[in-house]
Design a protein around this ligand. Structure first.
Ligand code: SF4
Length: 321
């Protein structure tokens, strides 16, 4: 049995709104007992505390906490955190996601500098920067992504930068703004198979997301592209294989596949705990389909081991040329 420790320290009072008002009236889905193969390291080591302090001092938001990631004990103990920019409130309401939903506040122009300070202080070789969806902004937050990339480059020129962006649906020109800032890795998660989009990711469009990844590579053929999905949401094996083919058709380099874990009783239920053997099979098939790198395991998350994986990704591409 695994206990996920919620490290969010939310003040009572003003911030006591429900995190997911749109889910309040959904029927409860019982949270299933996790199988033995889903084991995580409990947070609490001295380095974990140091990482937490740097995040707090710089008033940063991390997806590690906001998404209740099961790997926070391991990652923060290695000083690896994924920064979530553009606030802590998302304009979408995906059925799987634990990030707070609602009307976001104004964009903080000092955030790029604070992220850059934290990256420098943590001495990161590789950093992952993601964001909430900001459908309320004309450019979907693309300009802010670019500002964060530039600030990190200025402060830590040797740090490689991975962006995990929203889909920028109906935000013409947004992808180009991000691509122009030259991140090393462009990551956009498909999250699930197309047949589940309307229930799991209703605000998104599957083929738009595929096209976004393809266009990122067209804009910068040197960039590494990456995408991830969760399994256990009710998809079939053949549907997962079809997603692999669609991603390869879009020339995506790196695929991550992890087990969906249900954050609360109001979120989409876990339909299945996919076995480690089935993950290994997905990994084998994905390599056979031509991905440079594949990470498929119950606790794989798109930013898990991102630094080590980036080095492997570069080596894999170099070996093919
Ligand atoms: S896997 Fe990613 S989101 Fe989860 S704790 Fe590690 S860095 Fe944070």
């Amino acid at each position: 049995m695994v206990t996920l420790i919620n490290t969010l320290e939310r003040p009572a009072g003003n911030d006591a709104r429900p995190r997911h008002p749109e889910k309040a009236h959904r029927p409860d889905s019982p949270v299933l007992r996790k199988p033995d193969w889903i084991r995580v390291r409990a947070p609490g080591s001295p380095v974990w505390a140091e990482t937490r302090d740097i995040v707090r001092e710089n008033k940063l938001v991390t997806v590690c906490e906001e998404a209740s990631c099961p790997n926070v004990g391991e990652c923060w103990s290695k000083k690896h955190a994924s920064f979530m920019i553009l606030g802590d409130t998302c304009t979408r309401a995906c059925a799987f996601c634990n990030v707070k939903t609602g009307i976001p506040g104004a964009v903080d122009p000092e955030e790029p500098e604070r992220v850059a300070n934290a990256v420098a202080k943590m001495g990161l070789n590789h950093v992952v920067v993601t964001s909430v969806d900001r459908d309320d902004l004309a450019d979907g937050g693309a300009g802010h992504f670019a500002a964060v990339i530039r600030a990190i480059r200025d402060g830590s020129p040797d740090t490689t930068i991975e962006v995990l962006t929203p889909d920028f649906l109906r935000k013409d020109g947004a992808l180009e703004i991000v691509a122009e800032a030259r991140p090393d890795v462009f990551n956009h998660n498909l999250e699930t198979v197309p047949s589940l989009y309307l229930t799991v990711r209703p605000g998104a469009r599957y083929f738009h997301s595929i096209r976004l990844l393809q266009h990122a590579k067209e804009l910068d053929p040197q960039i590494f592209t990456k995408s991830g999905m969760m399994v256990g949401l009710g998809e079939s094996r053949n549907e997962v294989l079809q997603v692999m083919d669609d991603l390869r058709a879009a020339d995506v380099d790196f695929l991550t596949i992890g087990q969906y874990l249900q954050p609360t009783r109001k979120h989409h239920p876990v339909e299945e705990f996919v076995t480690p053997e089935a993950f290994r099979s997905y990994e084998t098939i994905a390599y056979a389909k031509g991905f440079h790198l594949v990470s498929a395991s119950p606790l794989t998350r798109s930013s898990h081991h991102a630094g080590e994986d980036f080095a492997r990704l570069k080596a894999a591409r170099a070996a093919r040329h």
